[in-house]
Ligand binder design. Sequence first.
Ligand code: IMP
Length: 428
Amino acid sequence: MANVTVIGAQWGDEGKGKLVDWLSNRADMVVRFQGGHNAGHTLVVGNQTYKLSLLPSGVVQGKPSVIGNGVVVDPWHLLEEIAKIGAQGIEITPDLLTLADNAALILPLHRDLDQAREAAAVNKIGTTGRGIGPAYEDKVGRRAIRVGDLADREALEAKIDRLLAHHTPLRRGLGLPEYDGAELLRALEEIAPKILPFAKPAWLSVNEAVKSGKRVLFEGAQGALLDVDHGTYPYVTSSNTVAGQAAAGSGLGPKGPGFVLGIVKAYTTRVGEGPFPTELFDAVGQHLGTVGKEFGVVTGRARRCGWFDAVLVRQSVMLNGIDGIALTKLDVLDGLETLKICIGYEVDGQRFDYLPAGLKAQSAIVPIYEEIEGWAESTQGARSWRDLPAAAVKYVRRVEELIGAQVALLSTSPQRDDTILMRDPFQD
Ligand code: IMP
């Protein structure tokens, strides 16, 4: 297949950044299709570490990159990220980056609302506080300001009025000061000349690339279990994170996304609140967090850690139409004597082989585990199957069997080259 879509198959933070960077090498274009700067992708290239939130990972390799219509864009953050990556020697020009002119903007009032709601809530979602949810609300509420509006002062003025008619009472209710529309207009006019050179009909660029036989890589953010429909609702993000969104969020037909590569961590983590059946509160959980350096790229929050949950990943394989997985962070399990894999759930005495949709049932899950022998040797930096201990190979094979998908790539350290290739997604 010419195109590849990379998505997180768990709750995000599976190590997509490294794999996307690795695959970018083989791609001609990299496209983001959902989320915003709530994502955090860490790319380690030689002795340089790049931390990206909104820019597609392809920019590091100098590949034409697209922020698609499905993304919500904080224009101030975008300019900051461009400056930050520029200081690391990567110049982001309009030739390199295309920003969909029909993408919705995240404004300071979205961030205010996100943070004020979280502060006031009894049952917090644990959002990144970056205004993602409120920006998507305004998008589906048909009152968003979009990238292209920055070129039209009259439209901008009318849209700000419409937006504030909605936000003013909301802010009042939360005890926030009234928002000054004139100030917002001034701020948007100030950044418009810096943002507009990147603004284009991105759907056209993506379609033209596909039509001319270019290899396009679609880069997902977050993970399938944070999907607004399929995730652990309401403890989810506000976009569809599943692979199907690659088409709608970039303006391509449903056959476009090509090979779906699910990124799967060899254990499970999540940040923020919400159900997590295999969460560990013991020394093993601490081991996973410390050895796996499980701290959020965006917020620095410690991630919750637990055993591998095959029930969730099997569901994710189906929801995303995963063709193959990239298994990451196997080395974090090095040295653990016995490993556990969750193979089923029990809720009030009833057995489930899928995640029940209701929050009450999700919170009552008792995981059913299978034990599997660990390995003492290091798997870090392995570059072929032959370098892996037999018990590690057995673990990987059992994971494949339980989730119904095969390993296409195995990542054995954050370094780009520490990757074992079983199947090339671009050739498949
Ligand atoms: P929001 O996307 O900021 O609205 O946050 C909603 C939920 O998604 C929270 O639990 C966040 O911790 C989680 N979340 C958002 N982005 C990421 C990510 O890139 N990785 C992991 N979790 C994320």
